[in-house]
Design a protein around this ligand. Sequence first.
Ligand code: PLP
Length: 639
Amino acid sequence: MDVEEFRQNGKEMIDYICEYLEGLGERRVTPAIEPGYLRPLLPSSAPRKPESWSDIMADVETKIMPGVTHWQHPRFHAYFPSGNSFPSILGDMLSDAIGCIGFSWAASPACTELETIVLDWLGQAIGLPKEFLAFSEGSKGGGVIQGSASECVLVCMLSARAQAIKKLKQQHPFVEEGVLLSKLMAYCSKEAHSCVEKAAMICFVKLRILEPDSNCSLRGATLRQAMEEDQAMGQIPFFVSTTLGTTSCCSFDNLSEIGPVCANLDAWMHVDGAYAGNAFICEEFKPLMKGIEFASSFNTNPNKWLLTNFDCSTLWVRDRFKLTQALVVDPLYLQHSYSAQSIDYRHWGVPLSRRFRALKLWFVLRSYGIEGLQKYIRNHCRLAKRFECLVLGDSRFEIANDVKLGLVCFRLKGSDTLNQKLLSEINASGKLHMVPASVNEKYVIRFCVTAQHATEQDIEHAWSVILASADSLISKQPGVMKPKDEKQASREEAIALERRQREKLAYKRSFFVRMVSDPKIYNPKMSIARRHVSSSEDVHEVPGAEEEESDADNNSQAVQRPLASWISWPLAFIFQGTFDEAKGSPQLPVRFRHLDTMVRLKTNGAAENSGSENDPKQTNNTQKSPRKSPHVCRRNREY
Ligand code: PLP
């Protein structure tokens, strides 16, 4: 394609995009295809000869579009919004055309400098403490654009880990870093996004997942108790990931309570506001981030709710030197003479190469202005309230969350199965797309206002689709929703459900069905396991740190009731000499939230698959055989 062809095809592409976005409402919101639909439609290998642009575009419409889920569709109410706007698309186009790789200031100065400035603009608009802004007087902080909120959490955890190890190394200079690592404990709420758990797996640290209160908010006292329990057992709390606007129900952790607990132990407090953080550009939503002054880092995704296309996840840190200490590598070929005066964003994240993402955010901030963006956010929040009113107007339904922003969690009063059926029916119709969540152990349907130009009519239309499906479902299930029986039936359902859950919990450490993109958040079958302080798990013996053990044991006896929580054990734990044959703890069950897995470890023999997870006898089974290194057997679920 030469420049003239590009000019022509580019104009046609803009036309195609405009028609696509304008005509979106005519399409099904979700595709009506089966897995593997595309393979027979495309050749099995790449063409040897060039093909015409018109042939390629024809295939886009006939082969690709039928398999697309239209996230910008006015009937798309799943997940959270996927940011999109014309200024942002143009910003990305220009960034692609410039095609620079801005890993250091010298690699493309404007790429770095615009990022720092735009992050200060947005940080100010959000109302972050001035310590987070690069250009404020005496600041050590600043902002950076990452590819995703998951990356933001990961780099913060990596940095917190490096800080913690550094500090411990000063206190215990002769203890190996790996040993110190095995003592670190991170924390989050059960409502935190599963990216926190992934970060902990990558960082090789244990993560304790805590039970929030009935409003799905993590409280300071819960965190304090967990940290004290863990300290008593010789663990070292070093990182807490809090959430403002959780994925399942948009709840808010209590930063004012959690902050002082973290400060007390010098633990890094990260605040994940992937969705809700964008709303803080509106004055009326700023109180939702009360306690932000305690944060070490904060992230929000303009690519979710600030009209900016993926990828654009903004992260601010209070101390950029702490952040980069964990990530600096400095080969000769990347060094330049301005390092001392400039920011090199390659030290702020995992990848070396970076796109010029600040351009699209700059275009968006300038094209809409803060006021335009506030108007957009407020419209979504107003429409969510409108939807909530519609739900509350029908006594067969109930609301399951405190609707503060653009997300409403609702359900038919009745069983989880009934609500599952309702959602499947609606999604299968292709008329509307929503996803489920588990809120306070109940299956709920999430309705999120996502479309850029969402209107009241869209909300009313969505409600009419939901009502039609509910009516048809209820009419097919005579008796289920008769007003008289309803209370009794749901009480019985609740008792039966509780019993089933108790039975399952007795046999299982965790049970997860991967349903949609985020197995934890959208999996209504997620269950909390009580942290089991058995003799085998209780042994935190670390080679080289024996002196700490007896204290830990003594202190642990003071802990009366362990909190209901769930620990994600990293592989590090397995290989850190956890097993003490003399104490008779020959195996350790290990849980991986994302794999339906039972891991059998034996100090005296090869690991074996535990077999049925439902069989508690097998879980306690001990076999002696010649010593080999521990193996991990996993049974992966298909997802
Ligand atoms: N944190 C929260 C609160 C989220 O809602 C999500 C995704 O929806 C994430 C983190 C993960 O975001 P990302 O896809 O940018 O990694």
